[in-house]
Design a protein around this ligand. Structure first.
Ligand code: ARG
Length: 435
């Protein structure tokens, strides 16, 4: 039975129904829908808009419906238009007259705007928690290997010596900002649209502050038109989620490189790697590659939301039903990536010797060599040039800054003395950079 049956003389065409229905996507909001309806019914009773008995009966029956859906004894009918219709229909089946009073002073437009905010609020908390798990996992991996020195890169060319811990800490910083962005968006989203009605509010003496506070909102929306048609929070969240995927993708790209024989800085645990169907020697970092690949899905979700919203007039339009597939997919993707990455990183072995070996090549202590001359009173530009000549000499002789004889140093610049070997020692280079 359609909620809007009265005006129509024909049943809906099956193709229209299938095309129009959103229940496959929005049934996951059944708890939020019921929670919102209980708050609405409680307020209707408190305001005398419906009787206290009806209000109580509705709340009790909705709680039972929630339990029945959760236990599996009530199966959501996929042929129904959406979750709101299904739950209201079930309520009326169970309560008769009283059930039909629930929708007084409310529209599915403010109802869906409410449900999605409630649902995404929980998603924000869960996702922020998972990001925090990844931050902890990166921090402990860095701490476990705090003596590991590796080359830091610019342009993917060995640049200056750093610790592996410092490298991972950069990702912790990015991820901490991501948590901040999710919390900011959540704060802006946390106002109740209930009372906006279809678009122009309602003539019933409803108490918007009461439903807002029953549902844990910080307040309620102040424009009814905006209340039903605002999906900015979906865009903000999809944008924050996209940036998370940028960060995860960059981290994964590094792990993929580090797993290669060319680097071999880390080894993934067998339980978090995969093999090849033909090449017996292969051990592939599929998880990291998939995370890198899945970033595309989340960026696509953001683009979907922007495109869905950009041309629609006020207030609600059915286009907006497309919001949920996109934002749910974005959250699902980010969560599954985080849930898999954390144990992959926890079990990853760091091969410090190889990092150290790589750090010993590529003259990554050349800046420190120049700084040594500066400490002897030379201007940095002159020190830079002299060190460049030293590096060229090393390349010609097949030597490194560590084993180039002091006589060669002095032949380029007489300010050098044996102290230079202390200055270019990799551990010292790392230790002196204590900012
Ligand atoms: N399934 C709809 C959605 O997700 C619910 C709102 C329906 N409102 C309407 N006027 N048809 O947007």
């Amino acid at each position: 039975m359609k909620l809007w049956a009265g005006r129509f003389s024909k049943d809906i065409d099956k193709r229209t129904n299938d095309f129009n229905s959103s229940i496959r996507t929005d049934s996951r909001m059944y708890r939020q829908d019921i929670r919102g309806s209980i708050a609405h019914a409680t307020m209707l009773g408190a305001q005398g808009i419906i009787s206290q008995e009806d209000s109580a009966a509705i709340a009790a029956s909705l709680a039972e419906i929630e339990n029945d859906i959760t236990s599996g004894s009530l199966v959501i009918d996929p042929g129904v238009e959406d979750i709101h219709t299904f739950i209201e229909g079930e309520l009326t089946k169970r309560l008769g007259e009283a059930g039909k009073r629930l929708h007084t002073g409310r529209s599915r437009n403010d109802q869906v705007a409410l449900d999605i905010r409630l649902y995404l609020r929980d998603e924000c908390d869960e996702t922020a928690g998972l990001i925090n798990d990844l931050v902890s996992s990166l921090d402990s991996k860095g701490e476990e290997n705090k003596d590991a020195v590796m080359p830091g890169y610019t342009h993917l060319q060995r640049a200056q010596p750093i610790t592996f811990k410092a490298h991972l800490a950069a990702y912790s910083q990015m991820l901490s900002r991501d948590i901040g962005r999710i919390n900011d968006a959540k704060k802006r989203m946390n106002v109740s649209p209930l009372g906006s009605g279809a678009l122009a509010g309602t003539t019933y003496p409803i108490d918007r502050a009461m439903t807002a506070s029953l549902l844990g909102f910080d307040g309620y929306t102040s424009s009814t038109l905006d209340g039903v048609s605002d999906r900015d929070f979906c865009v903000e969240l999809a944008s924050a989620l996209s940036l998370i995927m940028v960060h995860l993708s960059r981290l994964c790209e590094e792990i993929i490189m580090w797993c290669s024989w060319e680097f071999k800085f880390v080894e993934l645990d067998d339980a978090f790697s995969t093999g090849s169907s033909i090449m017996p020697q292969k051990k592939n970092p599929d998880i990291a590659e998939l995370v890198r690949g899945k970033s595309g899905r989340v960026f696509g979700d953001l683009m979907t939301l922007l495109t869905v919203l950009k041309g629609i007039p006020l207030a609600y339009n059915k286009d907006m039903q497309e919001d949920k597939d996109a934002i749910f997919d974005a959250f699902d993707t980010v969560k599954i990536c985080l849930k898999t990455l954390v144990p992959m990183i926890d079990t990853m072995t760091v091969i410090k010797e190889n990092m150290r070996l790589a750090a010993g090549k590529g003259f990554i202590n050349a800046t420190d060599c120049a700084d040594y001359l500066v400490s002897k009173g030379m201007a940095f530009r002159d020190a830079y040039k002299a060190t460049g000549e030293i590096v060229a000499m090393c390349i010609k002789k097949g030597l490194t800054l560590e084993n180039l004889p002091i006589e060669d140093y002095i032949s380029v610049c007489d300010k050098f003395d044996k102290g230079v070997y202390e200055a270019i020692n990799l551990d010292n280079c790392v230790k002196r950079r204590n900012l």
